[in-house]
Design a protein around this ligand. Sequence first.
Ligand code: KDG
Ligand code: MG
Length: 412
Amino acid sequence: MKITQVEVIVTSPDRNFVTLKITTDEGHTGLGDATLNGRELAVVSYLKDHVAPLLIGKDPHRIEDAWQFLYRSAYWRRGPVTMAAIAAVDVALWDIKAKAANMPLYQLLGGASRTGCLAYGHASGKDLPELFDSVRQHLDQGYGAIRIQTGVPGLKAIYGVASNTVASGNVGKRYDHEPAQRAPLPAEEDWDTRAYLRHIPGVFEAVRAEFGPELPLLHDGHHRMTPIQAAKLGKSLEPFDMFWLEDCTPAENQEALRLVRRHTITPLAIGEVFNTVWDYQTLIQEQLIDFVRSAVTHTGGISPMKKLMDFAAQYQIKSGIHGPTDISPVGMAAAMHLGLAIHNFGIQEYMKHGEATNRVFEQSFTFNNGLLHPGEKPGIGVELNIDEAGKYPYQTAYLPFNRLADGTVHDW
Ligand code: KDG
Ligand code: MG
C-alpha cells in the first residue's frame, strides 16, 4: 500500500478544527486531528509545507517508522506545533491500518480492557445555585463524574465559568464553558489567587453537602498557583475526597510538584500542555502525579501515548486524557480507543461537541451510563463530511489571558 494524497482540512463549525486526511492507492483513508487551540494555522503550515510532501509514496503501514522519521529528521524536537502535526499523521495511519484490518482501532491496541471509559463533564456556575443547576444537568445527562468550576466573589471573569467570561469583542458563537473566543484579539480577564483560595474549599463543602459523598469531583486550577499555594489548596480540599486537582501549578516547573506532594494527599493531574513522554520523566518516576492529562492530539498521537501510559502503569499512574471541545471528534475517538485498550485507564474528559461539528464529523462513539465507547466501525470510527466542512471557513479565535489587579500578566 502507498500514500497517494495528504490533505489538510480547516473547518470552523462551532470552533476551528484542523484535520489531516491521508489517502492510499488501495482507497483507504485515515483522519488525524491537528487542532492547536488559538494557534491552528501554524500547524496547518507545518503539515502542508513540511510534512505532506514527505509522506507521498510511503507505506502507510509503517507507523513507527513514519513517527520516528518525522520526529528525528526535523532536527528541531518537541513543541506543540510539531507534536500536533506528528500526532495527526500517527492517528491517520492507525486509522488506515485498522480499516485495512477491518477492525476498530482498539482491537489493534490489545482489545478492550473494560466495557467503556468513565467520562467527566464540566459543571460551572458564577454562584452556588447556578453551579448546582449545572451539576444536576450533568447528572441528568448520565455523567458519572463532574468537574466543578465556579465564580469567585470580586472577580469578573474566571476560567471555566462561561457566563462570566464573555468579553467584549467576542464576535461569534462558542460552546458553553469553552474559553476560546472568535475575535481579532484575545479577551482580557482578571485574577486574584488569594480570593480564589479563600473561596474554593467552601464551594466543595457545599457541593458535597448537596450531592453526597460518592460522586467523583474534579477541579482545574489552570496553572494559576505557586507551589505553596497549590499545597494549601490540596490540603484544604482533602476533606472533600477529590478525584483530582488538575494543573495546580504552571507545568514548566515540574519540580514544583515535589513540594505540593509533600503537603497533600489530594490526587494530582497534570500535562494537558505537555507534548512528549520526556515531559513526564521526573513526574512519573518520582510518583509526583496520579493522572496523565496529555491529549493524543498534542502528544504525538497514539504511538507515543501508548508508550507513555505503559511507562506510567509501572507506577500505578492512570490516564486522564485531555478532552475539551478544542480536541476534534477525531482526537476524541483516538483517545477513546486508547482508553478502552490500556489497563491503567483512569477517566476521560468529555465535553459534548455542537450540532454543526457533529454534522462535519460523522461519528460512531456512544455515551451510555456515564461510559464512552468508540464503537465497532473499522478504524477510529470517524469520517469527515467534506461538503459540511466547506460551509465553515476558518475564523480568527484566541484563548483569553488574565492580569492581576495591578496590571501584571498572570498564568492562564
Ligand atoms: O485549549 C485550552 C483548553 O483546552 C483548556 O483551557 C481546557 O483546561 C482545560 C481542560 O482541562 O479541559
Ligand atoms: Mg485543564
